[in-house]
Write a protein that binds this ligand. Structure first.
Ligand SMILES: [Zn+2]
Length: 298
């Protein structure tokens, strides 16, 4: 295997998903409305995140945490703990809202509004980390080429949202010329382009007759660890590879049953998924691990 490997963790809570907040079919318009109306317990994030930090220490991994910036306000001390343990903070949106419509892939906000919100999130994360924030991951992996141009414009160096596979496409592009290794995207698009001051770290896929997504996240929950591991191993033969999961994936708590359209989204999680993450990290133990902020050329 020639590639190195980056472990990434998406840090968001149960209500950030599009069936609850921040999409055209959400129960609450956005996280602000959720906090105005929700009277129950909301913090299902702190406990599994602390376990993720212990797990990463156990495997001696410095990870990149893609953080929804509004968690800084609602979980005092939590993001500070991630920073104290030496991990990179990167941006996973201000409130985890969809930026493109899941059905039509049309822009749900102007580039200017996207840039204003993302600059605010970047500043919040920089204040808490004391470091420049250079990485971004689109909430729900709903990404458009115009977003990468905006990100470069406001000082980001990389994005890690593009998933090329045969099962779904959450982007506004046909993704004809994208592999699972880092590349320079064309302007105003997501296809492979040429040298520029911005890198896309796409997600791994497992190539057989189809391209099966194999980067982690929901695929790790629903399709299991051997498939994801095989996809990561295949991707490592192509080059640098990304693995990701959510800290919520290992939560053993029962989340509030609120949400439209995705009733089974969290039906598999907890200890089983923690075992799958361990299985993958154990099997890739000998591979060089690079925290994304240290990727050569960034
Ligand atoms: Zn997310």
């Amino acid at each position: 295997m020639k590639g190195s490997f980056s472990v990434t963790v998406d840090l968001e809570d149960w209500y950030h998903i599009p069936s609850v907040c921040g999409s055209p079919y959400a129960v609450y318009r956005d996280v602000n409305e959720f906090f105005e109306k929700w009277k129950g317990e909301y913090d299902f994030l702190t406990e599994p995140t602390m376990r993720v930090l212990d797990l990463l220490d156990e495997f001696n991994v410095t990870a990149t945490f893609f953080v929804v910036a509004d968690t800084i306000e609602h979980y005092p001390g939590l993001i500070e703990s991630v920073v104290e343990r030496g991990h990179e903070l990167a941006c996973h949106g201000l409130h985890h809202d969809c930026k493109i419509d899941p059905a039509t892939k049309k822009q749900l906000m102007s580039s200017t509004e996207f840039e204003q919100r993302t600059v605010l999130a970047k500043k919040m994360l920089e204040k808490i980390s004391g470091e420049k924030i250079v990485g971004y991951r689109a909430p729900n992996a709903m990404v458009g080429g115009w977003m990468l141009d905006s990100l470069e414009q406001i000082g980001f160096k990389y994005d890690s949202s593009v998933s090329v596979n045969s099962l779904y496409n959450k982007t506004d592009s046909a993704l004809k010329t994208v592999s699972s290794i880092p590349y320079y995207p064309v302007e105003n698009g997501l296809e492979t382009g040429y040298d520029r001051n911005f890198i896309e770290f796409p997600w791994a896929y497992y190539q057989n007759l189809l391209k099966i997504p194999a980067c982690g996240g929901p695929i790790l929950r629903f399709l299991g660890a051997p498939l994801v591991l095989n996809g990561l191993i295949q991707s490592l033969k192509r080059g640098h590879t990304i693995f990701y999961f959510h800290s919520l994936d290992i939560s053993c708590a029962k989340f509030p049953s609120v949400g439209n359209r995705r009733p089974f989204y969290w039906c598999l999680k907890g200890k089983l998924i923690e075992q799958r993450i361990r299985y993958i990290l154990n099997n890739l133990d000998g591979i060089e691990k690079i925290c994304l902020r240290d990727y050569p050329g960034l």
